[in-house]
Design a protein around this ligand. Structure first.
Ligand code: 13P
Ligand code: SF4
Length: 307
């Protein structure tokens, strides 16, 4: 089937199944185009919580579909390819969190949403890249805090909030590979450009030395900032799937990726054909055992309630 026919079929099946398609900003352009909502992890979690659709097709990675399933126990959540995982979510095991909790019985565990449900179930609160600073800054000052699993996001949050955080040494292989050597020459070649960095990037702190007014933003934050800013050029440090959204939503502006080969192969597992098959065959259903979901839901709801 060609792309146009596939698109039509997806839209037809979506209506027939009373489904909604939620897509992350790193998804392929043709997948973003059939989605009802495209956003960052926080926007997607909120949208999953408020949708009235019976079926949620999640065009993103497994932890995002799990989050939607946790927030919507009575809805069917489909992930078009179960191999759409996340190296960051895979970097931490529940045992890692349990060991810290044993050593810090009064401590607070803050879990980035890029974690499996079993890890979220051990957390007190979840965060995304869009709200981590705000959530952490509201935590009681007299308690130890374990921030898992992304050490670069954790270091950024610690720097901005001034809070001391115990960081788990996890990273995303795509963002950890974005380093200052990819950036310096670009910033010099485009002195008028604004610099937007995803806080998972390995260059996090050092980039701020290169350009102290750089903006640390979630993917949605980047789109919002690019639309509002007076600047015409932007140097962008994150997975390159965001460039399609940026060009579409901030037309007439130029976006320069610091690393064009920064591609998340997990995100790209979701093709238009797999979205079509997912709706046609009602596959693959993502379920979280209720005893895990119940505890993970508390941590997610504590996050969604902020801001
Ligand atoms: P955002 O929540 O900023 O979209 O990031 C999610 C993600 O997986 C980044 O790699
Ligand atoms: Fe996970 Fe990194 Fe891919 Fe985001 S870009 S889904 S953090 S592997």
């Amino acid at each position: 089937m060609d792309k146009e026919l596939l698109t039509q079929e997806v839209l037809r099946l979506k209506a027939e199944r009373q489904a909604v398609i939620l897509a992350h900003s790193y998804q392929l352009p043709e997948v973003q185009e059939v989605a009802d909502f495209v956003g960052d992890s926080l926007g997607l979690a909120r949208e999953a919580q408020r949708t009235r659709a019976k079926v949620i097709v999640f065009a993103g990675v497994h932890f995002m579909a799990e989050t939607a399933a946790i927030l919507n126990p009575d809805k069917t959540v489909l992930l078009p390819d179960l191999e759409a995982g996340c190296s960051l979510a895979d970097s931490i095991r529940p045992e890692d969190v349990l060991a810290w909790k044993e050593a810090h019985p009064e401590g607070i565990v803050v879990a980035y949403v890029n974690t499996k449900a079993e890890v979220k179930a051990l957390a007190d609160v979840c965060v995304t890249s869009a709200n981590a600073v705000e959530v952490v800054s509201r935590l009681p000052e007299d308690r130890s805090i374990f921030f898992v699993p992304d050490m670069f996001l954790g270091a950024h949050v610690a720097r901005v909030t001034g809070r001391k955080l115990d960081l788990f040494p996890g990273e995303c292989h795509v963002h950890a590979g974005i380093r200052e050597e990819h950036i310096q020459a670009l910033l010099e070649a485009h002195p008028g450009a604004e610099f937007m960095i995803h806080p998972e990037c390995g260059c996090g702190s050092s980039c701020l030395y290169l350009k102290p007014d750089a903006k640390m933003l979630s993917t949605e934050g980047m789109v919002r900032h690019a639309k509002r800013s007076e600047a015409k050029e932007f140097v962008v440090a994150t997975e390159v799937g965001i460039l399609y959204r940026l060009a579409k939503e901030a037309p007439g502006k130029t976006f320069i990726p610091v690393k064009p080969e920064a591609v998340c192969e997990y995100m790209k597992k979701i093709t238009l054909e797999k979205v079509y098959l997912s709706l046609r065959e009602m596959r693959h259903v993502v379920r979280v055992p209720e005893e895990v979901a119940l505890r993970a839901r508390r941590a997610l709801e504590a996050m969604v309630a902020v801001g």
